[in-house]
Design a protein around this ligand. Structure first.
Ligand code: ADP
Ligand code: ASP
Ligand code: MG
Length: 418
């Protein structure tokens, strides 16, 4: 008998019928003798709906009140799932994050889990009950409701699995595993049987939203066995592994991630003296704006230009800060561009092979795609390109690096994306 933590995403609990289907799946697993803690998201579309309501009231809603509001989505699904389980003859109890005491810091809308009290969960399990826990939410030391950032229910699942020492954390979603790239963009994407934590972390941080990045970090740190599966179809899914295989045996590229959420800012014509990057990026970071890719170019006339990317939602704010510094910096212009996209090749195999970057750049050139920025690490190469070429670039690279398989069948109904 094992202890399993299962997390079901928004599409998987998107209607009463689907909640019943989840209840049947959980009850069947319980009947096999396993202990189960089930984490659920809000019904698909609900979190977006609640955020839109808040924005009808205020342009910048209070982060604290936003958490009180959006956490209600998960409170609905835990209650409905617990009822459906009881109807299916499976004893169950639902709990909010605060009731469980999922304790977080006070960073509203992006809180971090600090501690989880597991005594009451263990008591329920010992009494033969399934525990249904609200994803995405916790409470801080003062008892304020907090949320963990979009996609945060994945992190709740992994954190509960770590705290309970579960045998496996199973992330049930609307695709049947982690693919070589988003199967909704490349129809020849292939499901991976296994992917290393290191690669999954890069895929998630470069934009693959199948797992929240925090969840992968957490699972790696606490060595939680993690699997991504479909809630619509049977199958082995994808196991995230602590790799022990020889890197030389690995394919050059395991996956392609992309991200349309960033914008690019360029500060032009600044005198090239020590401290320029600091004077530009210091105030940006002081304003809590995260900077991603950075490139600096030096011209022969002794000036330099600095280009960097930020989240698209923060481009305007960053631009205002730079405009206010412009005279001090001696910059000739500040230019913003939100029609860009980031595309990354990820693979532990590239560590031991040269030439992946040039092959990538050659493929993009053959398709007439201009590269605006480049950034590399041991196991990834990222380029920033014009957004309209993103899908073309992803498909071309997917095929160039031998990732194309037969047509993908994700097991999800066509209507899955509500
Ligand atoms: P959930 O609501 O279950 O948390 P998400 O929408 O957050 O589901 O994540 C699943 C989605 O992630 C898929 O529908 C798919 O479009 C997208 N996705 C992006 N990259 C990948 C990838 N490499 N493999 C699988 N799915 C991916
Ligand atoms: N409901 C939250 C969201 O939409 C959390 C989650 O689904 O993981 O982001
Ligand atoms: Mg998700």
């Amino acid at each position: 008998m094992s202890l399993l933590v299962q997390k079901y995403g928004g599409t998987s609990v998107g209607s009463i019928e689907r909640i019943r289907a989840v209840a049947r799946k959980v009850a069947a697993e319980r009947a096999r003798g396993h202990d189960l803690v089930v984490v659920v998201s809000a019904m698909s579309g609900e979190t977006n709906r609640l955020i839109a309501l808040a924005h009808e009231i205020a342009e910048h809603p209070s982060p604290r009140e936003l958490d009180v509001l959006v956490s209600t989505g998960e409170q609905v699904t835990i209650a409905l799932l617990a009822m459906a389980l009881e109807e299916a003859g499976c004893p169950a109890r639902s709990y909010t994050g605060g009731q469980i005491r999922i304790l977080t810091d006070s960073a509203h809308n992006k809180a971090r889990i600090e501690h989880i009290e597991v005594a009451s969960i263990r008591a329920d399990l010992a009494a033969g009950r399934v525990v249904v826990a609200a994803g995405f939410q916790g409470i801080d030391a003062e008892g304020n409701i907090t949320t963990l950032g979009r996609g945060g229910s994945d992190t709740t699942g992994v954190a509960l699995a770590a705290a309970l020492g579960a045998d496996e954390c199973q992330i049930y979603t609307d695709v049947d595993g982690v693919y070589t790239t988003d199967p909704r963009v490349v129809e020849h994407a292939q499901r991976l049987d296994r992917i290393t934590f290191e690669e999954m972390l890069e895929m998630a941080s470069q934009g693959s939203k199948v797992l929240q990045i925090r969840a992968v970090e957490f699972a790696g740190k606490y060595q939680v066995p993690l699997r991504v599966l479909s809630s619509f179809a049977e199958g082995p899914g994808t196991l995230i592994t602590l790799d022990d295989e020889d890197d030389m045996e690995k394919p050059l590229v395991s996956g392609i991630a992309f991200n349309r959420d960033e914008a690019k800012l360029t500060v032009l014509g600044v005198p090239d003296v020590p401290g320029v990057a600091y004077r530009i990026l210091g105030p940006i970071s002081d304003a809590n704006i995260e900077v991603d890719v950075i490139v600096q170019n030096v011209a022969e006339d002794g000036t330099t230009s600095l280009t960097f990317t930020v989240h698209r939602n923060e481009m305007k704010k960053a631009q205002r800060i730079l405009e206010s510094l412009r005279t001090d910096l001696g910059a000739t212009a500040i230019v913003g561009d939100d029609h860009i996209a980031k595309l990354s090749l990820v693979g532990v195999g590239m560590r031991s092979h040269a030439g992946v970057a040039s092959r990538m750049f050659g493929t993009l050139a053959d398709h007439g795609i201009n590269i605006q920025m480049i950034s590399t690490s041991e196991i990834k190469i990222t380029v920033v390109i014009e957004e309209k070429y993103l899908e073309l670039g992803v498909r071309a690279l997917h095929s160039e690096f031998g990732l194309d398989g037969p047509l993908a069948g994700t097991g999800a109904p066509d209507t899955a994306r509500a």
